[in-house]
Write a protein that binds this ligand. Structure first.
Ligand code: KG4
Length: 343
């Protein structure tokens, strides 16, 4: 589909602990991408505190939206639509973005487009020159979600597999916390694992044979790491996190390529915070057969941002899939999600 280069959309993202706004042209070109990460506010709790997150969104949102418009060299008057994440996420946080978007939609008389955060993550690589073509396999790996989808069209995602318990990013964060590392643990574990020397795999494989479908599970490996640390208090941390990381990532790669093979889909998107992990990218390179078309966003678009919301919103906008001002926010997303028109 050719992008109409004149259409400007504002995206707003407040589903968790990033307050973000962005302006995207024609669904492809990022004119501005402003993200305020609240990590410093949540660090001491080793995770996101919902009440702190929503209060911070409330304080920051107007300034972030103004900055996104000014960085893009534009104003409210030039916008064609406003897209906002309405699910899944922390309800109090989602509400701040949603109410702001509704106010802009009403005041500027432009359509409101409610966006599924997970679908938006998978859209991120299409803001960096990759061609949007369906169907593709989408592996979403973040702090709140670990799932594999067949994405058939805009607003049409079939869930192939998901985690039975913790998300992969959550497991990185919990292991990091146990080892005394800061939040978020993923980037720190990745860095520390690089200094491992022995590289003896000490943890059991996740979901060994016989295994069921495309399920993921991370609570077992987390417990195995904790038990190991308790029994071996002096074992070098870099060796522990190396082994944890190998196990945590190898199942993702295996599920992904198994699905590509079984469903005969060679277009692949990997997105979400954990997709920034360089070892995951290395494993994908090592194990691909060569006929796959693999798109992974750059690190700044792997983690939460509003450019992905504005970019995906363009496709809803040009299809006339607008959301009414009565649109609600939702903590959860439904499996086999078909179109954000559901409000
Ligand atoms: O997508 P995201 O910004 O937020 C949501 O969870 O929606 O992802 C954040 C998660 C955190 O759990 C963080 O530890 C993890 O992504 N993460 C990483 C890396 N960078 C971020 N995990 C492993 N390796 C990384 N380099």
């Amino acid at each position: 589909m050719n992008a109409d280069n004149t259409i400007l959309g504002l995206g707003i993202e407040t589903s968790c602990d990033e307050t973000a706004a962005a302006v995207v042209r024609g669904g492809k070109e990022i004119l501005s991408n402003c993200v305020f990460s609240q990590i410093s506010l949540h660090k001491e709790y080793f995770g996101v505190v919902p009440e702190i997150a929503s209060r911070a969104h409330l304080e920051l949102i107007n300034g972030i939206i103004e900055k996104a418009l000014s960085d893009a060299g534009t104003s409210f008057a030039n916008l064609s639509y406003v897209a906002v994440t309405h699910r899944p996420g922390l309800v109090g946080s989602l509400l701040i973005g949603m109410q702001s978007a509704k106010a802009i939609s009403f005041a500027c008389n432009i359509p409101l487009v409610a966006i599924n955060h997970l679908e938006a993550h998978l859209y991120a690589p299409f803001l960096e020159g990759n061609e949007l073509e369906f169907p593709y396999l989408g592996l979403l790996v973040s702090g709140g979600n670990t799932a594999l989808y067949i994405v058939r069209d805009i607003g049409n995602m079939e869930t192939v597999g998901k985690t039975a318990d913790d998300a992969v990013g959550e497991a990185f964060d919990k292991v990091a916390k146990f080892l005394g590392l800061e939040y978020p643990g993923g980037p720190l574990i990745e860095k520390l694992a690089k200094s491992a020397i022995e590289k003896k795999i000490i943890f059991p494989k996740i979901l060994p044979e016989p295994e069921s479908g495309f399920r993921f599970s991370y609570s077992g490996i987390k417990t195995a790491v904790i038990n190991f640390c308790k029994s071996n208090p002096n074992y070098p941390k870099e060796e522990i996190v190396y082994s944890f990381q190998e196990r945590a990532l190898e199942i993702l790669v295996r599920r992904l390529f198994d699905a590509a093979n079984i469903f005969k889909i060679n277009r692949i998107v990997i997105a979400g915070g954990v997709a920034a992990n360089s070892r995951l990218r290395e494993m994908i390179e090592e194990q691909k057969k060569g006929n796959e078309i693999i798109a992974i966003p750059s690190a700044r678009l792997c983690t939460d941002n509003a450019a992905m919301v504005a970019g995906l919103g363009y496709h809803y906008f040009i299809r006339g899939h607008y959301s009414p001002l009565a649109t609600d926010v939702h903590a959860r997303v439904v499996d086999n999600y078909i179109t954000s028109m559901q409000t």
